[in-house]
Design a protein around this ligand. Sequence first.
Ligand SMILES: Nc1ncnc2c1ncn2[C@@H]1O[C@H](COP(=O)(O)OP(=O)(O)O)[C@@H](O)[C@H]1O
Ligand SMILES: Nc1ccn([C@@H]2O[C@H](COP(=O)(O)OP(=O)(O)O)[C@@H](O)[C@H]2O)c(=O)n1
Length: 232
Amino acid sequence: METAAPSAVIVAIDGPSGTGKSSTSKAVAAKLGLRYLDTGAQYRAITWWMITNGVDTDDPHAIAVAAGKPGIVSGTDPAAPTITVDGLDASGPIRTQEVTSKVSAVSAVPEVRTLITELQRSIAASAQGGIVVEGRDIGTTVLPDADLKIFLTASPEARAARRSGELRGKEATDLAATKEALIKRDAADSGRKTSPLAKAGDAVEVDTTELTLDQVIECVVTLVEEKRAGRK
Ligand SMILES: Nc1ncnc2c1ncn2[C@@H]1O[C@H](COP(=O)(O)OP(=O)(O)O)[C@@H](O)[C@H]1O
Ligand SMILES: Nc1ccn([C@@H]2O[C@H](COP(=O)(O)OP(=O)(O)O)[C@@H](O)[C@H]2O)c(=O)n1
């Protein structure tokens, strides 16, 4: 006899910028009836708060002192994820190039990471039916006991092309500048002392360079279903 309801599953999806983490995670969560958490949005939200409140983002001490002040709330419906800071919708302002250029410095501050990591763990713990959590350190640090860990990669060229396609029309950008900014952010995120961007030893690596988004989604859905079925 087959068992009935699938058990709650926690999926960690990590990787550098433009590998498809957000698009894949949202789609997988929606298909499988799981919640969805964009942890990058939380680091962007705290960075936006620092900028709008005049905190010098080049001063780790000032960032550490202010880290506990903003109230960040993430909505985890994959069809309509939300992020608010002190009750204000931050989904637009957190995507500006100014925030993108400063987020690595803010997210490298240990006090910021401790607070945001606690928030992420409590969100994951309260997601009764399971959740897909995407970021940089989910499999290594935030949820080391996740049922399934995926590490997405893609060539810098493919990632820059995807990002600049997204930015076109919003803010002036060109491919070379996008690629340079992306490589710089990867280096900062991989090189920081506290929970750097890294593949967990037990993560499944998926190179998305030559795959369509649908193929990546299908691949991850299959891996989750295999986990749920207890076949792996
Ligand atoms: N496999 C893929 N092939 C082509 N475009 C993709 C693929 N995966 C994602 N994209 C596109 O690339 C952009 C960045 O994807 P996103 O999911 O935001 O990446 P990340 O969260 O890793 O930064 C989006 O516009 C998305 O639609
Ligand atoms: N788990 C995470 C997620 C994001 N971040 C930081 O937040 C930044 C923005 O993350 P993001 O996922 O929104 O970035 P994109 O890849 O979508 O551009 C990253 O460059 C990291 O500095 C982190 O440190 N740890």
